[in-house]
Design a protein around this ligand. Structure first.
Ligand SMILES: *Cc1c(COP(=O)(O)O)cnc(C)c1O
Length: 356
């Protein structure tokens, strides 16, 4: 029994843990998971930590047909002093509830959600890897489980948390990646679901991702859905460009995901007195800045990859090499500072760390 009266049932035999140099992203899962039910007449109930296992659902469960689901992604870090640290988990839970609201999924008490994350991570603490750059990725998600073939918000849901020990998201690590501007497909437009973490956004983006990979790029850079002129974001990262000493990132316009890493990057840059602007920015502006030698750096920012420098940006037939394929000064400083705080090697002056 825990503070929230979650029941706990433990596995009989624990799995072998992967070696830290085998860790990629999202491939291994821990011994236990958290599951909680929702019924419209009962609210959220019956939170449990149980052995990691397949879930059984009625084939008419609404998640399978209409995709009513949301998810989050955050990490637990093993600090040098033995503490377990979460980075701004309250931001993830706020976003989870914003996603819930958009997808007509019931709100979840933030303390209950955070309590469930902390209880599960604590229970699985032996799974938190401690080699440099590794962490325990936390994936909370909610699915509509009511068996009903009608288009309406479901009356029953499951909230599940699974954990995965991870290494770097891109095989390149902190080395610069190559990104292709996507000029055919659209990820999201204002009024749609682009600003929330819901499955369909990602399913709809696979085709562009496939095309980019076939052409030797790690990710696509999405453009706005109206004019296909303005930069939105990368598949799972927000994006920043440094032009003439000023860091520019697309403003949150209703179709871009409001990243926790994005918010932290902006706060750090302001703290360092580096000019940072949230505004609309076009591909053309980037191309011109590049041509005139004013495009100094570009990088993506997200929980999975932290900071990922962009070494090459392909816009149709125009290949822009950025900072000679090298990690830029600001990218490096942001990466070192954010990971320094996450792993407890730097002082948490912003109050971003929540210890378990
Ligand atoms: C999760 C995600 C991000 C990054 O958000 P963080 O909170 O920084 O992890 C950016 N874009 C998309 C589309 C995402 O799904």
């Amino acid at each position: 029994m825990s503070q929230f009266n979650f029941t706990v049932s433990e596995v009989m035999t624990k799995k072998p843990k992967p070696l830290s140099d085998q860790l990629t992203f999202g491939k291994y899962f821990t011994d236990h998971m958290f599951v909680m039910e929702y019924h419209h007449q009962k609210g959220w109930y019956d939170g449990q930590i149980i052995p990691y296992q397949p879930i059984t659902l009625d084939p008419a469960s609404m998640i399978f047909h209409y995709g009513q689901t949301v998810f989050e992604g955050l990490k637990a870090y093993a600090a040098a002093d033995g503490e377990i640290q979460l980075f701004r988990p309250d931001e993830n839970i706020k976003r989870l509830n914003r996603s819930n609201e958009r997808m007509c999924i019931p709100q979840i008490d933030p303390e209950l959600a955070l309590g469930a994350i902390k209880e599960l991570v604590k229970f699985e603490k032996d799974w938190i890897p401690n080699a440099e750059g590794t962490s325990l990725y936390i994936r909370p998600f909610i699915i509509a489980t009511e068996p009903f073939l009608g288009i309406a918000p479901a009356k029953q849901y499951k909230f599940i948390i699974i954990l995965s020990p991870v290494g770097s998201y891109y095989k390149e690590g902190i080395n610069p990646i190559k990104i292709a501007v996507e000029s055919e497909y659209i990820r999201a437009i204002k009024g749609g679901t682009g600003e929330v973490k819901t499955a369909g956004n990602y399913a709809g983006s696979l085709i562009a991702q496939e095309k980019a990979e076939q052409n030797g790029f790690s990710q696509v850079l999405w453009l706005d859905g109206y004019e296909k002129k303005y930069i939105e974001e990368v598949g799972s990262m927000n994006v920043f460009f440094k032009i003439d000493g000023e860091v520019i990132t697309p403003a949150l316009n209703g179709s871009i995901l409001a990243g926790v890493t994005r918010k932290s990057v902006i706060q750090l840059l302001k703290h360092w007195n580096i000019p940072v602007t949230e505004r609309r920015i076009s591909v053309e502006e980037i191309e011109i800045a590049h041509q005139e030698g004013r495009l100094e750096e570009a990088f993506g920012a997200g929980t999975a990859a932290v900071i990922s420098p962009i070494g090459e940006l392909s816009c149709n037939d125009n290949k822009l090499v950025i900072n000679d394929h090298q990690t830029g000064e600001i990218s490096k400083r942001l990466y070192d500072t954010i990971t320094g705080i996450q792993y407890g090697n730097l002082e948490d002056t912003f109050g971003w760390i929540d210890k378990i």
